[in-house]
Design a protein around this ligand. Structure first.
Ligand code: DGL
Length: 265
């Protein structure tokens, strides 16, 4: 039986997590929700982000046999996991910055956390740093602009390299910075561009593979719900202006339908 995996993010970023999961579970049934009405999450209040998470999971889980939920967004995961786990019975997997592997990889013990403005200031992240990277210098850079640039790139727009460079300028002169955590699921979409602005950085680390193995492990130990739908579906919380173009792009990811969440019961 095919497991049904629901992923959600404010936008396209969660597709990087979806890619990693799909590599190990190519035949699962995928549901993906863009909370584009609230994009970007970066500077939204914690309460808003928690309310959105509950609403999205509730709405989709009452219409589809969701076996597992993946919060494919660091900004949300650093606040919504306790509320979701209290409210829903299926396993909830979060995406949080890969501080531990980055601290292990860094030869200079000097790492950077590149994430949204919200993520860099969460206590969840401060705890991760204290727990796994207390022997490192940890630079934090929170950016909403980079999220917007990545989102635009996936909508087919050219990347504004000048703006990208400007955002990363606080780190350009830090020569000992050898490892950077891509602590926002949008940022692997800009990995090559980010690399070109930070030539001193040897390793860029994201959480995709770790999440994929967590999902695989949980599914191996789960009783899968019967599922009658074959197609991978995309939901959004507001209609897109470039809907037709977007559908062509999403087809490359194996999605054929885009439906507004408000159309569900
Ligand atoms: N992709 C998200 C993350 O991992 C959210 C970006 C945003 O909406 O600000 O943080």
């Amino acid at each position: 039986m095919k497991p049904t995996i629901l992923l959600y993010d404010s936008g396209m970023g969660g597709l990087t997590v979806y890619d990693s999961i799909r590599e190990s579970l190519p035949n699962a049934h995928y549901l993906y929700c863009f909370d584009n009405a609230y994009f970007p999450y970066s500077e939204k209040s914690e309460n808003v982000v928690i309310e959105r998470a509950s609403m999205i999971v509730q709405k989709i889980a009452q219409n589809y046999p969701v076996d597992i939920v993946v919060v494919a967004c660091n900004t949300a995961s650093t606040v919504v996991l306790p509320a979701l786990r209290e409210r829903f019975r299926m396993p909830i997997v979060g995406t949080v910055p890969a501080i531990k592997p980055a601290a292990e990889k860094s030869v200079n013990h000097h790492i950077g956390l590149l994430a949204t403005k919200g993520t860099v200031q969460r206590s969840y992240v401060a705890n991760l740093i204290e727990q796994y990277a207390s022997h490192c210098i940890v630079e934090k850079l929170g950016s909403t602009k980079l999220v917007e640039i990545a989102e635009q790139k996936l909508h087919g727009k050219t990347v504004d390299l000048f703006a990208l460079k400007e955002e990363l300028s606080p780190w350009q002169q830090i020569q000992t910075l050898d490892t950077v955590v891509l602590g926002c699921t949008h940022f692997p979409l800009l990995k090559e561009e980010i690399k070109s602005c930070l030539p001193q950085v040897k390793h860029f680390v994201d959480s995709g593979k770790a999440i994929a193995s967590r999902v695989q492990y949980l599914l191996d130990n789960l009783q899968i719900k019967p599922n009658h739908s074959e197609e991978n579906l995309i939901f959004c919380t507001k209609s897109f202006d470039d809907q037709d173009k977007l559908l062509n792009i999403l087809a490359l990811w194996g999605f054929s339908h885009l439906c507004e969440l408000s159309e569900l019961n």
